[in-house]
Design a protein around this ligand. Sequence first.
Ligand code: ADP
Ligand code: MG
Length: 456
Amino acid sequence: GWARVAAALPARVGEREFETWLRALAPGACDGDELTLTLPSPFLRDWVRGHHGDLIESLVRAEMPGVARVIFGVAPRPGGAISGTRPAVAAASEAAIVQAAPSQQQAAATRSVTNDLAAPLDERYTFDSFVVGKPNEFAYACARRVAERPSSPGFNPLFLYGGVGLGKTHLMHAIGGELTRSGRVSVAYMSAEKFMYRFIAAIRSQSTMEFKEQLRSVDVLMIDDLQFLIGKESTQEEFFHTFNALVDAGKQIVVSSDKSPSDLSGIEDRLRTRLGCGMVADVHATTFELRMAILSAKANSAQVSVPPKVMEFLAHKITTNVRELEGALNRLIARAKLVGAPISIETVPEVLHDILRAHDRRLTIEEIQKRVAEHFHIRLTEMTSQRRARAVARPRQVAMYLAKQLTGRSLPEIGRRFGDRDHTTVMHAVTRVQQLMETDATFAEDVELLRRMLES
Ligand code: ADP
Ligand code: MG
């Protein structure tokens, strides 16, 4: 029964995790094949369901035949406190606060804003180390503006949004670092997850007042990855109140998310509205040029020379996430240092084998046509046009050759996709390109580079 599930949990989640979050878990009603498990507060319930819901359900199913589903509910303990289940640490620190004089209490709360409330800032993430290009220049300008003059009308809150690995966290740390160094304002940066975690912990140790005071004592509050709060109503509620209190008191809020305010479904309307009413800045997907600039900046700061061909290759291959792009470059640098040989294009596929494979998708003929057209600076429509001028015919042949080499499509099919050409035309293109590659080294290198970029 339940006792066996409870006994198995500490080993599965770890003793500490169990003591902190799961100790108060109690079986409630069993209705048909549904078992309700209760926790003392909505926050704890959200947390436990979000982090251990699947595990608990699978343990319950295994140990309690007849139960098919677990529902997490809230059952406050008598008196509202979680007494008796609170860990010793929380009880002790609470006692310490009770003993402290009011003024000391205040000081302790303010200090801990930087000591334990907020996450530390990463000093490598500065405005200087951020490479600016078209896709991120607006977000960058907004971030700089907020760092220079926090709480300016029109820039509060600053809402940064965009895909994973495009520099949102970097910009937030840059703002925080700049303001912290200026020494004029207090800054708290934390992920939305941490915000929730801290809030739940405060409830457990009955110190929500301190938590709120700490939050409200900062000048700049930055919450990263706000989308984490989707569906976590009670934490949203708390954030909303904190948010309002801070903005009303003239404090700056900076928030990041992978979605725009209007796309944050699952976040309460009134919170979404308030989030969108300052400055909303979209960090767009990177372009090839920006990726090249980032790679060259990173190579520079590592004081390693990286052949342009290698950078081009990486910038073509790893397109969605700057972190992965960086990771690939770092690995090449590390390996070059290790073997004491310069980085070269030949070793890239071998060294980055796994990364590159993860970025593989099935190559289409359209993609080859597009890449080749870009490479030779001709229009994509020339791939299917009937023009015979060498300037367009040659790239078209290269694209046919690559389509044959890389897609496994038949000659007639490739011909059809290149403006209804005959299969003999494709065959001719393939032989012609092979001949040229044997006699013209530059041409061969070009085609090789294209192949590497397109290839798995
Ligand atoms: P996000 O928070 O948007 O998911 P991060 O800020 O964590 O992305 O960025 C991922 C990595 O890529 C970090 O190491 C960051 O320094 C780097 N990065 C992203 N964009 C840039 C840029 N424009 N210039 C320099 N580094 C960048
Ligand atoms: Mg981030």
